[in-house]
Ligand binder design. Structure first.
Ligand code: CAA
Length: 256
């Protein structure tokens, strides 16, 4: 049985479902490798315009697999080359939506933070409990979390290991939208469909510029934004979208 199940819930939308319910979807090396290979192929698949990552109702993912880490040292951690796994998600050019129910802890919270949009069920819990295991986050749990919720809330979470609720995460800016638990995946699919209906080149540029710009000085980021905005004026889809608006008809986008 696959540790990551690929589904196609709507046209142009892929959904990756973590499938280790017996271990609260803990991210074993095998699961990470499957996730990586899905991201690499979906990144290249032209028909796919949005990717959803989800778990089950109990857990999005309870973090790295503690069983596989208990007796290994730094050399083995390096040999595992986990950054290549994260890199496949980080460099994915398509919008990624995390649909989170239950626990999103440690590497699970970091996985959610690799997404561009996070939809959370009301019962979801987000946390970085690594400190309790004598380690610390290694895939963005200090950096992305602090950028999302601010350094003081992040420090409280990181140093105590205590999780925050979906409501707290939403109010802190870590979650894009809260839903009843049963609506989390349908809502993520609705968002993915809305994105998939947009001109793909504009979607790709917005994603890339937002991420790159956040880590650059404002003037550089604004220049990057301007350049990308001008570049889109050369796309077929821009002409199609504006013409369709003026002709009062719906547009058909080709991604060119
Ligand atoms: N790794 C391995 N197995 C895990 C796991 C994990 N991260 N989380 C849960 N499991 C396993 C449990 O060992 C248990 O297995 P058995 O049935 O064989 O005993 C099974 O999943 C169910 O777990 P619980 O009985 O504990 O379920 P629960 O619903 O009572 O609690 C939980 C759920 C709060 C998530 C709890 O399991 C827990 O605290 N898990 C650990 C969370 C954690 O510390 N994550 C950080 C890992 S380190 C990391 O992520 C950093 C990094 O990248 C290097």
């Amino acid at each position: 049985m696959s540790l990551v199940v690929l589904e196609h819930p709507a046209e142009h939308v892929a959904l990756l479902r973590l499938n280790r319910p017996e271990a609260r979807n803990a991210l074993s090396p095998e699961l990470r490798a499957e996730l990586r290979s899905h991201f690499l192929s979906l990144s290249e698949e032209r028909a796919i315009r949005a990717i959803i990552v989800t778990g089950d109702r109990k857990a999005f993912a309870a973090g790295a697999d503690i069983r596989s880490m208990v007796s290994i040292g730094p050399a083995e951690m390096m040999r595992r080359g986990d950054d290549l796994n994260w890199g496949a998600i980080r460099h994915c050019p398509k919008p990624v939506i995390a649909a989170v129910n239950g626990y999103a802890l440690g590497g699970g919270c970091e996985l959610a933070m690799h997404a561009d949009i996070i939809v959370a069920g009301e019962g979801a819990l987000f946390g970085q409990p690594e400190v309790k295991l004598g380690i610390m986050p290694g895939a963005g749990g200090t950096q992305r979390l602090a950028r999302a919720v601010g350094r003081y809330r992040a420090m409280l979470m990181l140093l105590t290991g205590q999780p925050i609720t979906a409501r707290e995460a939403y109010e802190a800016g870590l979650v894009s939208k809260i839903t009843p638990d049963e609506d989390t995946v349908p809502e993520a699919i609705a968002i993915a469909r809305a994105i998939a209906a947009m001109p793909p080149l504009a979607v790709a540029e917005i994603k890339q510029v937002l991420h790159a710009g956040l880590d650059a000085p404002l003037d550089t980021a604004l220049m990057l934004e301007r350049r990308a905005a001008y570049l889109l004026f050369d796309s077929f889809d821009k002409r199609e979208a504006m013409t369709a608006f003026l002709e009062k008809r719906s547009a058909t986008f080709s991604g060119t």
